[in-house]
Design a binder for this molecule. Structure first.
Ligand code: ATP
Ligand code: MG
Length: 432
């Protein structure tokens, strides 16, 4: 029975008292991204498994250990998306958007699924705000994307000092092989201490060792050759160009040559926004360039870049910073009733108010007047009104301002909602 009333490990419910925070954050992210030209894209929750193997990369933890993969009834291997870039790239290729006006800028909010060890800020179903830019080769696109990430974080209320922007370049197919060789030579010398997964990585993709979460591998990795010393001229110039533009925009950053990112498809720029306040899972946003991905999936060479921002972690940062969030919408007016005729009238007026755009409530529980008023208080209603036989008879009732206690007699006829509108507008004006 416990299975019926307990959500699967690593999943989270967002309850009615919390969802307004999600709505606020999600709307702010998407709306702010629009100011940079990003338009929303939506794509399926699941894709062919091969798409993630090819794009995220066979040697990554995500593909090797974390994917939710199953065979459907048509004998296809299907995977719940572990991230949003692969689905986005597949969608823009499938619909020919890369042949239209470039750059193409898209953003999204999606759930992602990874079979990980759940802990604070690490879930099996989590949510990402993501953004991708296609078509632009130069460092201006990198700087603009990072500026957008920085701006959305500010717009939702993250104080500047809560997050540090770290940038790095991990080179391109021209310079990375030489760096791989240098890494390989270095790690060969520490073979006896590496974890079994890293021993495999040593053969297939030594860069991955730098991302290993085991402390011993981490210690060894700390002494490894640094990628920035191995960049080719083009990558080096690109990275310099990014820094010049971040400086021009007054966006503070630090160069962290240790960032490699968890996914295989990155080239040149990689970046993270990191918090020191939300436990070990401090990376709120991670992204970078993936100039080879479209081609890898069978398209024409198309430079591209993007990021993923974890919404759960973003909410943790906002909590830790005690950032202000809007309150949930409160009830405008509660219509209490005594007696059957009044109950019907309350029901009717409630309908009128809602059509006029008010959040109005009346009794659905058959409660006593006292219990109804208690409920109105619980709803934090701004106004209330009691309707009984005499109010029905006279066609007038008292509207009570719940915070001041002030009462005003109003007519309860056909233009009830107009009267209420004027009164509330006046009251709001007087409060200014
Ligand atoms: P980490 O190093 O924390 O495992 P990652 O490199 O796997 O992160 P990305 O694939 O780049 O993360 O995803 C982008 C963002 O999505 C992360 O910076 C984080 O905010 C969020 N994220 C990733 N995995 C999870 C998860 N399991 N639970 C909650 N948020 C996550
Ligand atoms: Mg991860």
């Amino acid at each position: 029975m416990a299975l019926l009333t307990k959500a699967p490990r690593g999943t989270q419910d967002v309850l009615p008292g919390e969802s307004h925070r999600w709505q606020y954050v999600e709307n702010t992210l998407l709306r702010t991204a629009e100011l940079f030209g990003f338009r929303e894209i939506r794509f399926p929750t699941f894709e062919h498994t091969e798409l993630f193997q090819r794009s995220v990369g066979d040697t990554t933890d995500v593909v090797q250990k974390e994917m939710y993969t199953f065979t459907d009834k048509g004998d296809r291997s299907i995977t719940l998306r572990p991230e949003g870039t692969a689905g986005t790239v597949r969608a823009v290729m499938e619909h020919g958007l890369l042949g239209e006006a470039l750059p193409l800028k898209v953003s999204y909010i999606t759930s992602c699924f990874r079979y990980e060890k759940p802990q604070a800020g690490r879930l099996r179903e989590f949510h990402q705000f993501g953004a991708e830019v296609f078509g632009s080769e130069g460092p201006s696109a990198d700087a603009e994307l990072i500026a957008m990430a920085s701006e959305v974080l500010t717009a939702v209320g993250v104080p500047a000092e809560s997050l540090t922007l770290e940038v790095n370049s991990i080179g391109c197919p021209h310079c990375r092989p030489k760096y791989h060789d240098a890494l390989k030579a270095y790690f060969e010398g520490h073979k006896d201490k590496l974890c079994p997964t890293c021993l495999e990585r040593l053969e297939k993709n030594p860069l991955r060792i730098l991302d290993c979460k085991s402390p011993i591998c981490g210690e060894i990795a700390a002494g490894a050759p640094v990628v920035l010393d191995h960049l080719c001229e083009e990558c080096s110039t690109h990275f310099q160009g990014l820094q010049t533009r971040l400086d021009a925009l007054n966006i503070p950053y630090v160069v962290n040559p240790r960032i490699v990112r968890g996914l295989d498809y990155y080239t040149k720029t990689v970046f993270e926004f990191v918090s020191g306040q939300i436990s070990a899972q401090g990376t709120v946003c991670g992204g970078g360039r993936y100039d080879g991905l479209v081609e890898e999936l069978g398209g024409q060479h198309t430079p591209a870049l993007g990021f993923g921002m974890g919404i759960e972690r973003l909410l943790l940062v906002l909590d830790a910073a005690k950032a202000e969030m809007p309150d949930p919408v409160n009830c405008d007016i509660y219509l209490a009733n005594m007696g059957e005729a009044a109950a019907l009238k309350a029901f009717e007026l409630c309908g009128q108010l809602r059509q006029a755009g008010f959040y109005a409530e009346c009794d659905l529980m058959g409660r006593s007047l006292k219990a109804q008023m208690k409920y109105a208080n619980k709803l934090n209603a701004r106004y209330s009104m009691v309707l009984g036989d005499s109010e029905i008879e006279t066609g007038k009732a008292n509207l009570k301002n719940m915070s001041t206690g002030e009462q005003t007699e109003v007519e309860i006829g056909d233009d009830f909602s107009d009267i209420i509108y004027d009164m509330m507008a006046n009251a709001a004006y007087n409060e200014l």
